[in-house]
Design a protein around this ligand. Structure first.
Ligand code: HEC
Ligand code: HEC
Length: 366
């Protein structure tokens, strides 16, 4: 009796599977939409950490342009007391970052993370899932088994079929997440500045003065580019180059007192940035130029969250060499030609900050 029911069931399911595979070739558009939806569900899934409880959004929340919604100097991982060494980056516009490469002059551009250690959105994902100071999964097998029991596993199967190997499944997870991170939700181009460029909004007097200083006396645009990017045609506020701005060590960084298994050097740890990725003294202390889009929401600022406010950040960049500041964490290679001596006045700094606030997405035209 039970056997015949089982056989009947088996027949029925095979029939359904057979039928659904006929005449159902998905268009590239449909595939892209499914991938994006799978990526979205993965991005928000708190079951993908060990123990459960931490999704990407803990450190990359939509309301703060996909940076840390708690504005921590560095975000705490799934395990209490586990800290990475750097400030959580905003993931808005992350898909525009080109791969890391060295140009003819020996200068580096592109690459993900503050130090460029990962070349593509798909590849970088090995980081957060397995980092003990982030989502703390022991291996791909444990991550993949979570996905198998997730409510969106049926969506996964629609796209990629049943999971056959953990490696393949992991590649698919990364692909879906990268698709989501490249979607319009991350690339709004809806700031007041964008409206201004399209002639649909006017900058106020102080904002306009800020823009002029940004491109003039402040020379900010030599790194935070305001001409359209050659590939995307968009203004991205970064040349994706690497510089040491001479930022002091942040003594309040909880990384210095986290577990020795994460930071064996304790308070002696020095962050060499790109220098340790490419193992080159000439690159010591350099970090990738961040986009300034949505910078209103992404504080505290710099790779080590040294400053809490935009005003202090701008003041440091404009006047580093004209006043007394704590000494740089890495004294080699400080970009002294184009930063540190713009000598902006207090009012001029205020104007630049007013302009930076025009770079937040979600502007509603008056
Ligand atoms: C515990 C906090 C935390 C969690 C959870 C986390 N991240 Fe991050 N993320 C960071 C930090 C910190 C950085 C910068 C690290 C560095 O530069 O060394 C970063 C950087 C990134 C970058 C590079 C951004 C850039 O501008 O180069 C991407 C992409 C990213 N994370 C995606 C993810 C995804 C996807 C998830 C979920 C699977 C995730 N992160 C989970 C903290 C976190
Ligand atoms: C020489 C290239 C260069 C110039 C010129 C420059 N910046 Fe930057 N900027 C950077 C780099 C690199 C960082 C990241 C440094 C770090 O964290 O180590 C940065 C970070 C910032 C940040 C913090 C962003 C964040 O998410 O943490 C702000 C704000 C900023 N710059 C504004 C300005 C303004 C305003 C000017 C002009 C007064 C300016 N910058 C000039 C290269 C430059």
């Amino acid at each position: 009796m039970f056997r015949s029911i089982a056989i009947l069931l088996l027949l029925c399911t095979s029939l359904v599977v057979l039928l659904s595979s006929f005449g159902q070739k998905k268009t590239p558009q449909e595939i892209a939409e499914l991938k994006n939806e799978l990526g979205r569900q993965l991005f928000f899934d708190k079951a993908l950490s060990q123990p459960n409880g931490q999704s990407c959004t803990v450190c990359h929340a939509p309301k703060t342009a996909f940076s840390d919604p708690n504005h921590a100097i560095v975000s705490e991982g799934m395990v209490d007391g586990a800290f990475v060494n750097r400030n959580s980056q905003s993931l808005a516009y992350v898909s525009f970052i080109p791969p890391l490469e060295k140009d003819a002059l020996g200068e580096y551009h592109g690459g993900l993370f503050w130090d460029g250690r990962s070349s593509s959105l798909t590849h970088q994902l090995s980081g957060p899932f397995f980092n003990v100071a982030e989502m703390n999964n022991s291996d791909t097998t444990s991550l993949v088994s979570e996905v198998k029991s997730a409510p969106y596993y049926s969506l996964y199967k629609k796209l990629y079929g049943r999971i056959r190997s953990d490696e393949d499944a992991y590649d698919h997870i990364c692909e879906a997440l990268a698709t989501f991170e490249s979607s319009p939700m991350f690339n709004e181009f809806s700031s007041k500045y964008d409206f201004y460029l399209e002639g649909k909004a006017m900058l106020s007097e102080i904002e306009m003065q800020g823009l002029q200083l940004f491109e003039g006396k402040g020379r900010c645009n030599s790194c935070h580019t305001t001409t359209p990017d050659s590939r995307s045609g968009k203004v991205l506020f970064s040349n994706y180059g690497y510089y040491n701005l001479g930022i002091p060590r942040n003594g309040n960084n909880p990384y210095y007192t986290t577990f020795a298994s994460i930071n064996a050097q304790g308070s002696q740890a020095i962050d060499l940035g790109l220098g340790s990725v490419v193992n080159d003294v000439q690159q010591y202390g350099k970090f990738r130029v961040p986009t300034l889009r949505n910078v209103q929401y992404t504080g505290p600022y710099f790779h080590n969250g040294y400053y809490a406010t935009l005003k202090e950040t701008v003041h440091f960049i404009a006047n580093r060499d004209a006043e007394e500041f704590e000494s740089p964490e890495v004294s080699e290679n400080v970009a002294r030609q184009i930063t540190g001596s713009a000598h902006l006045t207090n009012n001029e700094e205020d104007a630049i900050v007013a302009f930076l606030l025009c770079l937040s997405d979600g502007y509603v035209a008056q």
